[in-house]
Design a binder for this molecule. Structure first.
Ligand SMILES: *Cc1c(COP(=O)(O)O)cnc(C)c1O
Length: 231
């Protein structure tokens, strides 16, 4: 298992490098380790990888406590008031990708530990496919409102925008996310070069890089299919 993870990681990194060269990009890889044991994360870590993504607050809290402190954790799961405390206390939490309301943002700010020195990077999740099963804002107006609020919070750093592509037509969502970012930047007079895009997963990361992704979130192609029954 561990050897396979290292090999898969190597293959994905190579593939991302090829796409980056093609489109003159610097897209980075977040290895999505949800439901996977520490041993597999440690395998990727031993191969030099540091950015990992998790969806479940309690699982992330446990793994962050057990694994090396120079891992950069990305929280990519749904945010609820009840799970904010678990996430926000992790000292090496690098970024929350799933902000979708002013209310949840205000709740995060309230709970950030006093001892935390650096602002927390946050991304606004956009529901580009408008599937009801997915979280995220559905209009540019909402994205502007939340971005404005985040910019007013000293403890937060507006890091960018995130989306989950539609399984059948992911590229439409990627185009929409680029458009949302441009609209927010124009409206709030922000430099678009300073804001990132988090889009692309195992099935569509190459298309995402083509459309300008800065962070692809790849899970199953590295760690294998997930078995939720064993979680
Ligand atoms: C699980 C998950 C991923 C990784 O999906 P794979 O298809 O396994 O690569 C990426 N982003 C989010 C938000 C996820 O929940």
């Amino acid at each position: 298992m561990e050897a396979a993870v290292i090999e898969n990681l190597h293959d994905i990194c190579k593939s991302i490098e090829i796409e980056n060269k093609k489109y003159d990009k610097h897209c980075e890889l977040i290895a999505v380790s949800k439901t996977k044991p520490n041993s597999l994360i440690e395998a990727a870590y031993s191969a030099g990888h540091r950015a990992f993504g998790e969806n479940y607050a309690q699982e992330l809290q446990r793994k962050a406590a057990e694994l090396p402190s120079d891992i950069q954790w990305h929280y990519i799961g749904h945010l609820q008031k009840s799970n904010i405390n678990k996430i926000i206390k992790i000292p090496n939490l690098f970024c929350i990708h799933t902000i979708d309301s002013v209310e949840i943002t205000a709740d995060i700010v309230k709970r950030i530990p006093k001892e935390r020195e650096s602002p927390i990077n946050v991304m606004i999740q956009v529901n580009t496919s408008l599937e009801t099963s997915k979280s995220g804002v559905s209009t540019n107006e909402e994205a502007i409102e939340i971005a404005k609020y985040i910019l007013s919070c000293e403890k937060l750093n507006l890091f960018g925008f995130m989306t989950i592509g539609h399984p059948l037509k992911p590229e439409e969502g990627f185009v929409k996310l680029v458009e949302t970012k441009e609209t927010v930047c124009a409206s709030l007079k922000l430099d678009p070069r300073l804001l990132k895009l988090s889009m692309g997963m195992s099935g569509d990361y190459k298309e995402a890089i083509q459309h300008g992704s800065d962070y692809v979130r790849v899970g199953s192609s590295i760690f294998g299919a997930r078995d939720y029954s064993k979680k």
